[in-house]
Design a protein around this ligand. Structure first.
Ligand SMILES: *Cc1c(COP(=O)(O)O)cnc(C)c1O
Length: 371
């Protein structure tokens, strides 16, 4: 039995009777640009993020880039982030005109190391971008305690973490609730995926929301009148309709992912060369990825491939070691936790529609490899 890393066709079959009529609704009116589904989705995603405003945009990358552009960074301005993330987190800092400053991650969760953030803060630090990696929130409370008194903005990269929660002082706080702004991606493989590209920013800073709404429309609140230079980064109305139809399923999909993760976790407890990443007990993880640290990773990959088990390495090269950032001068060994993780991690199928037979097959193949 082959088990793919992700099976979007299985999801499509389950929900197409909801999604196709929603798309047809847009097509019948021919209101493709900034149609009513956009504001509706913005309101719903803001609500689930405990934020007051949503600003739809063209991608998760733009959901990071637009707020960074709103900071009007100069070349010496620094933005602290993690090297163990998708490229866009740091690429957007560069493209917004600032300088990415990388700090290492915690060994157990691979989320940003807050002590390292503290050591990296300088008078030029303008923002911090924590990434809620693989669907589990970073330590927002400690980050905000560092950032807020210094006037440093916190931009949450929640592209992998829509609906994730963290208990702070006994209360559940959600991704998108605590940062200055939060970026979401609706790339098809994300937990809430569109049928194409899409993204959204949420915030409870109403003035910033107005600014971002201008920036996504060439910087003009009024058409043909431009207060500043923005860009075209609208969310497509068809994608908003797809996402509105999918949104009611998100919580149950995340619950399924958690169930599958628990099943894997139990099955791997006695396989010592395999160690799942830790879940911080204060977090409710949404398992965008289910990631293990393993011995003999490359040989395991070859074995999984031969057995028809989908898998991927997120991420094989930490961003401080990417050729495009060589000018920043990070030597090999400068981020030891990230560099070690890059050689050990592997992500397994965790999508909601997986059957127990499929999970068992993945487990059997991995157990057989290490036997
Ligand atoms: C997917 C992702 C992005 C970018 O989203 P796109 O919609 O693909 O532009 C940014 N950051 C992280 C952590 C992501 O996983």
């Amino acid at each position: 039995m082959n088990v793919p890393l992700l099976d979007l066709v299985a999801q499509y079959r389950a929900i197409k009777d909801d999604v196709l009529p929603a798309m047809m609704g847009v097509i019948e009116t021919q209101q493709f640009i900034m149609g009513p589904a956009i504001a509706q989705l913005e309101a719903e995603v803001a609500r689930l993020s405990h934020a007051t405003q949503g600003v739809g945009c063209a991608s998760g990358t733009d959901a990071l880039l637009l707020p960074l552009r709103a900071l009007a960074l100069r070349p010496e301005d620094e933005v602290i982030t993690t090297p163990f993330t998708f490229f866009a987190t740091a690429g957007t800092i560069h493209n917004a005109g600032g300088k990415p400053v990388f700090v290492d991650v915690e060994p157990e969760t691979l989320n940003i190391d807050v002590d390292a953030v503290e050591r990296a803060i300088t008078p030029r630090t303008k923002a911090i971008i924590p990434v809620h990696l693989f669907g589990q929130m970073a330590d927002m409370q400690r980050l905000l305690a560092l950032a807020q008194p210094r006037g440093i903005r916190v931009i949450e990269d929640a592209c992998q973490a829509i609906g994730a929660r963290r208990r702070i002082d006994g209360e559940w706080r959600v991704a998108g609730e605590l940062g200055w702004v939060t970026a979401y991606s609706f790339f098809p493989s994300k937990n809430l995926g569109a049928w194409g590209d899409g993204g959204m920013i949420v915030t409870s800073d109403d003035r910033t929301a107005e600014r971002l709404k201008r920036l996504r429309l060439h910087g003009g609140a009024k058409q043909y009148h431009h207060d500043e230079v923005g860009t075209n980064s609208r969310l497509d109305t068809l994608q908003a309709a797809v996402l509105l139809a999918k949104l009611p399923h998100l919580a149950s999909w995340s619950a399924k992912r958690r169930e599958h993760a628990a099943y894997y976790h139990t099955a791997f407890t006695d396989v010592s060369p395999v160690r799942p990443l830790a879940v911080d007990p204060e977090n409710e993880h949404i398992f965008h990825q289910y990631t293990l640290r393993v011995e003999r990773r490359d040989a395991l990959q070859a074995h999984l491939k031969q057995e028809g088990i989908g898998h991927a390495v997120y991420y094989p090269v930490p961003l401080h070691r990417q050729p495009c950032f060589a000018h920043l001068g990070y030597a090999p060994g400068s981020m030891p936790v990230s560099e070690r993780a890059a050689g050990e991690v592997i992500s397994l199928p965790i999508y909601p529609e997986l059957s127990h037979a499929q999970l068992d097959r993945v487990i059997d193949v991995i157990r057989a490899f290490y036997r």
